[in-house]
Design a protein around this ligand. Structure first.
Ligand code: ZN
Length: 270
């Protein structure tokens, strides 16, 4: 079914955190809503025969919105062909990175987590990272240093691996997967966002950056397939918000428009 460009998606991004809590076998973060993304739970049950998985990798490439993925469907085929489930979310307003990731890992709305702009405070409220740590799950955050996720969710009882470049993030993520030491790994990369702000969302440079995010996903997928027992782990391709091109020609995001607010995630059990 073709989605009209002007339509807003409806499933709120707040449902991601409690659903991921369920399928990783931990209690939901305190501010999560009661509603779940039932299709994710169904996928896990169908593929593993159980309501939860043994290992989880959440891959967070910044700013790859639904329209971009649909427009460049061939570019994203390595993701979409490996993921039987696509979930369309309405991200949080304003669609800025810390606002959206603040919600993605807590289940809280911006009014509840208090981030309404491009600011990156130490967010002390209950999050998936706290739930995983409390449940004794060995958890790694692998990220570009100084960015929203490591700043918001600093000081948790998890292992932090922070680097200057996306390439180092992917290399380390693959290494940690192959080590078999971690129950949960979160990996954040950001080149597309950086480049589309400097150029525009469909520039050659931005598209090359997006291709590298797809390649990163492929490497993570292959490492999981090689290292984890079959049908036991969950992989999420989980961006935070979309983007648009301003009249002054550069790429941007932060408006209440479908281009910025409509978000698609892709999920698979490996
Ligand atoms: Zn972002």
């Amino acid at each position: 079914m073709q989605t009209k460009k002007t339509e807003f998606f409806t499933t709120p991004l707040t449902r991601f955190a409690p659903t991921i809590a369920d399928i990783t076998g931990v209690t939901a973060p305190a501010m999560s809503p009661a509603e779940r993304v039932e299709e994710i739970k169904d996928l896990v049950l169908e593929k593993t025969g159980r309501p939860f998985v043994e290992r989880t990798v959440i891959y967070n490439p910044d700013a790859l919105g639904a329209w971009f993925i649909d427009k460049y469907a061939d570019m994203f085929r390595p993701v979409t062909s490996r993921c039987p489930l696509r979930v369309d979310y309405l991200t949080m307003f304003p669609p800025k990175t810390p606002v959206c990731f603040g919600t993605m890992f807590t289940g809280a709305t911006p009014d509840q987590h208090g981030i309404h702009a491009y600011v990156k405070p130490h967010l002390k409220m209950d999050s998936l990272f706290d739930r995983w740590a409390d449940a004794g799950k060995k958890t790694a955050m692998v990220s570009v240093a100084g960015q929203s996720i490591p700043l918001l969710f600093q000081g948790r009882d998890i292992d932090y691996f922070l680097y200057k470049t996306d390439g180092a993030v992917i290399d380390k993520t693959v290494e940690l997967i192959k080590s078999g030491e971690y129950d949960v790994i979160e990996a954040y990369v950001m080149e597309y966002d950086t480049v589309m702000h400097m150029t525009h969302p469909q520039s050659i440079f931005a598209k090359n950056a997006a291709r590298r995010h797809v390649r990163g996903f492929e490497r993570i997928y292959e490492a999981m397939k090689e290292s984890y027992p079959p049908q036991s782990s969950f992989l999420a391709f989980a961006p935070d918000h979309g983007v648009h091109r301003e009249k002054y020609l550069l790429g941007n995001h932060g408006k209440n428009i479908p281009e910025d607010m409509n978000l698609s995630h892709f999920y698979t059990v490996i």
